[in-house]
Design a protein around this ligand. Sequence first.
Ligand code: DX5
Ligand code: ZN
Length: 217
Amino acid sequence: MIQKLVAPSILSADFIRLGDDIAMLNRSQADYIHCDVMDGVFVPNISFGLPVISQVAAIAAKPLDVHLMIVNPDQYIEAFQAAGAAILTVHYEACTHLHRTIERIKAAGMKASVCLNPHTPVHLLEDIIEDLDMVLIMSVNPGFGGQRFIENAYQKVKKLKELILSKNADCLIEVDGGVNFETGKELYEAGADVLVSGSFIFQSEDPVATINHFKAL
Ligand code: DX5
Ligand code: ZN
């Protein structure tokens, strides 16, 4: 079944009026609020971290979907749980002992998710897929909003869907980067469950209508 969940990314929000943007997301049909944490080491950009996440969590009516683009994510698992993360995504490329990291995220009471950069193949998840609540496929190189969608993501979503079905795993597929109505429709059709969208939503004239329209694609 296609679920068509949508997770607006607040990387493209107005940080001066972040409270207003969270209130807008609360009013919309957004399923999650996607929070992009960047450390300037794993990716060539720095965004925001724990103090912002905990203040967002205090007013958010939707679960926080926290995407860690940082080295050593293990160091901060419990801190992100305490800040209010419901889903915690770590990068495959940043985790030497991925299984241990996933176990710790779940032990801390969050949903565990792994993200693949555009160059990282889906088959590397073969031996861990049954332990995951979600896999995040990057359809841009992480670090910035507003980049062009990498078409290769479609076939990665299809491969991942096959892997999930073959293992009978209970795992959502999320896609992040360059998502608009056109790429979004094709991604849902390819098997994606959750679409992250930042600049397309926040730069639109009516962000609530844009978010709600994703659910109707
Ligand atoms: C990029 C982030 C994305 C970003 C997406 O590294 O992970 O979540 O906000 O932005 P758009 O939708 O503008 O590509
Ligand atoms: Zn993201």
